[in-house]
Design a protein around this ligand. Sequence first.
Ligand code: CP
Length: 304
Amino acid sequence: MLKNKDLLGLKDLSESEISLILDTALSMKKVLKSGEKTTNDLKGKTVATLFYENSTRTRTSFEIAAKYMGANISSIAVQNSSVQKGESLIDTGKTLDALLTDVIVIRHSISGAPHLLAKNVSASVINAGDGTNEHPTQALLDMLTIKEKFGKLKGLKIVLTGDIKHSRVARSNIFGLKKMGADVSIAAPCTLLPCDIGKMIRVYSSAIEAVKDADVIIGLRIQLERQKKGLYPSLKEFNMFYGITEELVAAANKNCIVMHPGPINRGVEISSDVADSENSKILSQVTNGIAVRMAILKLLNKNG
Ligand code: CP
């Protein structure tokens, strides 16, 4: 069982809770591979998606996951909702409670917004990305993708490269992968690193040095919407030193896989050759997103 009614971040999940989610996701993959793709786990339940920021993968896969499990889905278009008339996040949440919503999936530009919502509603709240804090379901689907390839997480050398400072995906992956016993390190220019990150993880200023013996390289999107200008000389230079190129992949282990949460900026964080190569798991990550979100919806429902 999961300890809490909500899934807000991997910082607060135990190793056994993460293992439970990954094992449940593996069984959900079997359901997805079967002809029907459906379960009745959420029959009669209502799942609302409340996205204050844009999304393709996360929102769609939550909605597909809920649909495959028999739930009613309410997709709130924040741009056309009463948020535009000044309704607060708490009042929107209480309204969704009053509409008998069982699960609220929220994405917000402010770190901590899902935590505030969770304290004020009886529905389960799932964090689908909050500011620069966490994106737990992305990290869980990343872990599932790695586990599928290598059969384990413990002891694998995993390198995250790029914009660590603004990346909620990086934070969730660092919390989660370390709990699962992976050997995690990061490569970034110092302007794209959070303060004091070196106290919790190995930091490289050179990506090519970082990926020596790496089993997994995870690229991160340059978060132009969250950062000031002037953190690196140009996108071309960023690509040259921290982008995932064929040269970078050649410096890692022979069986190394390459991942990216998407959306990808080809030629910036990752070259097209690598994104479309055999090493790339980018589209498998998207598919695994459905299985992981089905698993989380199932496990939170049991807490309900
Ligand atoms: N990885 C991810 O969060 O993608 P979306 O922004 O498309 O949901």
